[in-house]
Design a protein around this ligand. Structure first.
Ligand SMILES: [Zn+2]
Length: 165
């Protein structure tokens, strides 16, 4: 699973409110565009500000350049309280996922010792949830360290070992 696929950062800002459409999954949120550079490739996507829905958008269809997008996103981030709110949210999700993955591990062990054949499924689920926990930590780290849109940020985060926030 790539960092792009699993995690996303949605930064609210007035600049894109006019262009945003409502979320097809939860129906309450709005979709906001964001982009990120991973290993030198720019990915464009739209993410919901209420749930974890996101979808990729064709870079051809995106008229704005990355630099404009970046500037606007960062200025939205610097609005009063936005950064703090996002940091709190990612920290919260990171801990919830971490705790949930721990529960899955315990469950899988319990199933294993009872000879239940579903222990593998529980272990897989635990791994999936753990990835989500790390991705929330990654977003937290990116926002705190101003590393959104930074090439190689994922590698740097990985090496730093800031996996738990
Ligand atoms: Zn949604």
């Amino acid at each position: 699973m790539t960092p792009i696929k699993a995690g996303f950062a949605v930064v609210r800002g007035n600049w894109n409110a006019l262009r945003s459409r409502s979320c097809p999954r939860c129906g309450r949120g709005r979709l906001y565009e964001f982009s990120e550079v991973v290993e030198g490739t720019t990915y464009f996507a739209q993410g919901c500000n209420m749930c974890d829905f996101y979808e990729f958008t064709d870079s051809e269809a995106v008229s704005e350049t990355l630099s404009v997008r970046r500037r606007q996103t960062l200025s939205a981030l610097n609005e009063q309280g936005v950064r703090e709110k996002l940091l709190r949210r990612y920290k919260w999700w990171s801990r919830i996922y971490l705790f949930a993955s721990l529960l899955c591990v315990l469950l899988s062990l319990a199933l294993l010792f009872n000879g239940n054949r579903y222990f593998g499924s529980a272990a897989l689920l635990g791994m999936f949830v753990l990835v989500r926990a790390f991705l929330a930590s990654y977003r937290f780290w990116q926002i705190r360290e101003d590393r959104l849109f930074a090439p190689g940020a994922f590698k740097e985060w990985f090496k730093k070992g800031a996996w738990i926030v």
